[in-house]
Design a protein around this ligand. Structure first.
Ligand SMILES: [Zn+2]
Ligand SMILES: [Zn+2]
Length: 225
């Protein structure tokens, strides 16, 4: 018998311990349906074509600003709303080091990614400091065995964690990323993956880098928005 990873209630389906310990396909539920229902799936209906926000216009104000600034806007696919349940999950998974929670959205992420056409999937990296203190990149953790290439790395300067900055200073930050040396993205379609889309700043930095290195199209996906 296995318990729900979030509320600890007993799940009826059997799950082997290897499913929990090793990354890979997690077909059986690892959280109960009650917990899963608290996460609200994103619907693209009546949403901004860029970031997916609920919006009257085709492109929301923020995405129009990005388009004016860069000459393009990012096609972003959020999977869930950033509601209280998602906030609680992130708190445990990302900030309290509960790495065993990484497979909860595996099937949803895999399904969504399978519907997107791309050549290279690039996860948003965490800083060396974060990797040292957290011990893992929360994005690659959630991807499991879905193929990805860590082509984007952090520049060598110290960086204050995103979550500690206010919205305004996040919008103004300088390019924090580099592409790994010797990599060409010429003519490639890129899918960037991050955990949360807040202002879009991080993904726009990463996308800019891809376009500067020859990408023909950049799309992005986040677990929550
Ligand atoms: Zn539960
Ligand atoms: Zn938008």
């Amino acid at each position: 018998m296995i318990n729900c990873l979030l509320c600890n209630c007993q799940l009826t389906q059997k799950l082997t311990i290897s499913n929990i310990i090793f990354p890979g396909p997690l077909k059986q539920p690892i959280i109960c349906s009650g917990c899963f229902q608290k996460f609200i799936r994103y619907s693209s209906e009546g949403s901004c074509r860029g970031c997916g926000r609920k919006e009257m216009n085709e492109l929301c104000d923020d995405c129009q600003k990005w388009r004016r600034h860069y000459g393009w806007y990012l096609e972003h696919y959020p999977l869930f709303y950033y509601n209280q349940a998602m906030k609680d999950f992130m708190q445990k998974y990302k900030f309290q080091g509960q790495y065993h929670l990484r497979g909860i959205f595996y099937e949803t992420i895999k399904e969504a990614i399978a519907r997107i056409k791309y050549d290279i999937l690039i996860p948003i990296p965490v800083t060396k400091n974060t990797l040292l203190t957290r011990g893992y990149n929360q994005v690659t953790g959630m991807l499991g065995d879905i193929p990805y290439t860590e082509l984007i790395i952090h520049q060598n300067h110290q960086k204050v964690a995103q979550s500690k900055k206010d919205r305004q200073s996040r919008l103004q930050t300088k390019q924090p990323f580099l592409l790994k040396q010797g990599v060409s993205l010429q003519g490639k379609t890129i899918l960037l993956v991050d955990d949360i889309y807040t202002t879009g700043r991080t993904l726009y930095h990463a996308a800019t880098l891809c376009y500067e290195h020859g990408s023909k199209r950049v799309q992005s996906l986040s677990l929550a928005r």
